[in-house]
Design a protein around this ligand. Structure first.
Ligand code: GDP
Ligand code: MN
Length: 417
């Protein structure tokens, strides 16, 4: 069986008679599709593998949530909004609510420090038995580039702000590198349990949960399993109170069932549309659209717009290999966005030559009747020829000398915000 990555690579090679090495590198940089599961989906997977989570059910209406008494028979109930963002503990609903009442949660937007300003609409809540928490720790298993394999990361100080802890108290972060062939050793699980501060019988229990979580990591091919808080209750149980499992698209082929759970309702429609053409679209607040190839160049382009006093409306990443159909779709998406007052195209034509890109651009702009001004910064092979194609096109395209020049001209062409 051909691995999907090789299949794609092969297809790329058949479609374009380019240098083999160049293409294989290009492929590595094409945009990836990520899958982030909702907490309830992650917890279901974890509990299938024997990891301890609270008893819960999922409700998509307030009425359904009211069945909690009957279905859970718990002393106390906790409602948790299901959105793909953390910080919910400190989030605010646009119904005014700060805690949990199903009728003021479902159908409203929840804003946390990880969501866009207006928040994200809540369609579902977890209805769970509330347990008391005696102590909160942090635990994650992720693929770590520096050791080319899985890494167990933990901290005795879990809860809401792990990112800040990493910066302020790095000595409170503990790591165990796991050999992908040997798997997690008892001694590693025990040492992590101890570092997390689990004492007495809790230590074995925590180590057991850690091993089970590693088993989940092994079985479902995620890029990350994160449990924050990984906690103990006053009754002496180790419980995973939160769960986040993320995947990259290499897992799609072996994990079809999991990827089938991906409902893209939380994505902006434009992002789904972009993903169909292997484009990555990130929406931002400003009015200058960035049309780039590669995430690094996207960041640099956004930065240079900011430095020149402008604000990016988005960035649309073509990935490493530029195809004509993609260029067309990319323009279609950008010109349909009413926020966009100018387009800054910043492409490095290292593999695909600039003249081909320039032809793709002029063709797409003619067909789509480009109305907003566009600054083009091309660099790489055949750049002179590309510039003459653009300047003689009669389209509202300004060819620029470098990225700085392009950014300045783009900022000059939009209203100030
Ligand atoms: P996040 O803020 O979006 O990551 O949501 P979490 O699920 O991690 O919940 C945030 C915080 O709420 C946790 O760190 C806990 O302190 C608290 N919490 C969540 N579930 C429970 C529960 O069942 N009982 C208690 N006592 N606290 C909870
Ligand atoms: Mn959490």
């Amino acid at each position: 069986v051909l691995h999907p990555r090789s299949a794609k690579l092969l297809r790329a090679l058949v479609l374009s008679p380019m240098l083999l090495v160049a293409q294989s590198q290009a492929f590595q940089f094409t945009s990836r599709r990520w899958l982030n599961l909702q907490e309830y989906q992650s917890k279901k997977l974890m509990s299938d593998y024997g990891v301890r989570v609270q008893r819960f059910f999922v409700a998509d209406s307030a009425n359904e949530a009211l069945q909690a008494d009957k279905r859970l028979n718990a002393k106390e109930i906790v409602l948790k909004a299901q959105i793909l963002a953390g910080g919910r503990g400190k989030g605010v609903f646009n119904s005014g609510l700060k805690g949990g009442l199903a009728e003021q949660m479902i159908g409203y937007n929840l804003a946390t420090k990880q969501t866009p300003k207006g928040g994200v609409k809540v369609n579902k809540v977890i209805v769970a038995e509330a347990l008391d928490i005696a102590r909160e720790t942090y635990l994650a298993i992720l693929m770590d580039r520096s050791c080319n394999g899985p890494m167990l990361v933990g901290s005795p100080q879990g809860g809401v702000d792990i990112e800040e802890l990493v910066a302020s108290n790095p000595e409170l972060i503990f790591k165990e590198q796991i050999g992908i062939f040997e798997g997690i050793k008892d001694s590693q699980a025990q040492r992590m349990a101890e570092n997390l501060g689990f004492l007495g019988p809790l230590k074995n229990q925590a180590a057991d949960q850690i091993k089970k979580l590693y088993n989940v990591f092994l079985k479902v091919d995620p890029s990350q399993v994160e449990v924050n808080p990984f906690s103990e209750t006053p009754e002496g149980q180790v419980v995973c109170f939160d769960a986040k499992i993320n995947f990259d698209d290499n897992a799609e082929f072996p994990q079809k069932n999991i990827f089938a759970m991906d409902n893209k309702s939380e994505n902006e429609p434009i992002e789904n549309e972009a993903a169909r053409y292997d484009l990555k679209h990130i929406g931002l607040d400003g009015n200058i659209a960035c049309f780039v190839n590669g995430a690094g160049l996207a960041m640099a382009t956004c930065d240079i717009i900011f430095l020149n006093g402008g604000k990016p409306a988005n960035f649309l990443d073509l990935g490493g290999s530029v195809k004509e159909a993609q260029v067309y779709q990319a323009f279609k998406l950008l010109t349909a966005d009413p926020k966009v007052e100018a387009i800054l195209l910043s492409i490095f034509g290292g593999i695909v030559n600039c003249a081909i890109i320039a032809n793709g651009i002029t063709k797409a702009c003619r067909e789509l009747e480009l109305k907003v001004p566009m600054m083009v910064r091309l660099e790489g092979t055949n750049v002179q020829e590309a510039q003459s194609i653009l300047s003689s096109s009669g389209l509202p395209i300004t060819s620029t000398i470098d990225l700085e020049d392009a950014a300045r001209k783009a900022v000059d062409n939009v209203s100030k915000k």
